[in-house]
Design a protein around this ligand. Structure first.
Ligand code: ADP
Ligand code: MG
Length: 311
């Protein structure tokens, strides 16, 4: 049986604007094709924080300048970001495959994720989106009705609700394409959040954490690996403190203990560890690995990263 891997790309794999994204996806495509060369089935998911922020601000600006346009809602901005990122990534991967004489198809699937309308997250926004701001800019945004929060010592950002993903509506389509040998890009930005109103899907204003959605996708597809690629080579305890300690491997029990002790920052490393734990517990032999984009191949070969397994 071929090994199946879900690769969750973080913000640093994509760049923060149109030109940076163009450069970044070429590098990222190289990493993805390295893993394809190892003979794995590949499903790629990705973040969209800066991109969805850019799209929202552009569309808000349009609505302000031209009164016949209404502001575009967040779920539509997420859909646009899936298309905008997907096309760049898909073409970069396709070109890299061509360069290496590899014959594989690449597809991008827009994906909607059902959430529970009663999810308590709707009463407590936590997910940072968009660009980093100074404290003064954040205070101005709060006066305009947004919620803002400081993000891992790097600046202030707008926060929106982050409900749990419940059901991936396009799962059967994704599975069909993976089984047909496609590299599939999907669940961008955690998916387009929707609720089902008697069968009709309606978008809701929220952002689903892409690491959580990736974990759900990986477990539903019966993947062997969940590879979470971010800006750090490993997760740490006492992160950023003098006694910081990088972690090589964790059992789900140890990970849960560290989570309870508050070792991982909410909205950045915590959802990755949670995603890793829930995937590792979802079936026998399933492994999650958190590492950097640059170290992805080494990590999969067992040489680096933070590995999380059931136990
Ligand atoms: P991504 O875009 O990949 O989802 P995030 O910024 O959301 O990236 O999360 C990764 C970041 O989490 C790291 O770059 C690091 O600054 C931060 N972080 C917070 N807590 C920890 C920790 N305990 N160990 C390692 N990194 C951590
Ligand atoms: Mg993140």
């Amino acid at each position: 049986m071929k090994q199946k891997i879900v690769i969750a790309l973080g913000g640093n794999a994509l760049g923060n604007n149109v030109d940076k994204q163009r450069e970044a996806v070429d590098r990222t495509a190289g990493v993805i094709v390295d893993l394809a060369e190892l003979g794995m089935d590949i499903i790629v998911t990705h973040g969209n924080g800066p991109q969805v922020g850019m799209i929202q601000r552009a569309m808000d600006g349009l609505a302000l300048r031209e009164p016949e346009y209404r502001p575009v809602t967040l779920p539509f901005s997420v859909a646009m970001s899936q298309g905008y990122i997907g096309i760049d990534l898909q073409n970069a991967i396709k070109y890299e495959l061509l360069r290496r004489n590899m014959d594989r198809k690449v597809s991008t699937i827009l994906s909607q994720i059902e959430v529970d309308p009663e999810d308590p997250a709707f009463r407590n926004p936590t997910k940072p989106i968009g660009h980093f701001m100074t404290r003064e800019e954040a205070e101005q945004m709060e006066r305009e009705g947004h919620s803002c929060r400081e993000d891992s010592g790097r600046g202030w950002r707008v926060v929106v609700p982050s409900p749990m993903p419940v059901r991936i509506r396009e799962l059967a389509t994704i599975r069909t394409l993976v089984d047909a040998g496609h590299i599939v890009i999907t669940c961008g930005g955690g998916g387009i959040p929707v609720i089902s109103d008697h069968g009709r899907l309606v978008g809701v204003s929220a952002v689903i954490d892409k690491d959580r959605t990736s974990s759900l996708l990986a477990s539903k597809l019966g993947a062997d690996y969940l590879l979470i690629l971010t800006a750090v080579e490993k997760a740490a305890i006492h992160f950023g403190k003098p006694d910081q300690q990088w972690l090589d491997s964790l059992t789900t029990t140890q990970a849960e203990r560290y989570m309870a002790a508050g070792e991982f920052a909410k909205g950045s490393m915590l959802p990755k560890i949670e995603a890793a734990v829930s995937f590792a517990k979802s079936g026998e032999g399933r492994k999650a690995l958190i590492t950097s984009l640059e170290k992805a191949k080494e990590g999969i070969q067992g040489h680096t990263g933070t590995r999380i397994t059931a136990g």
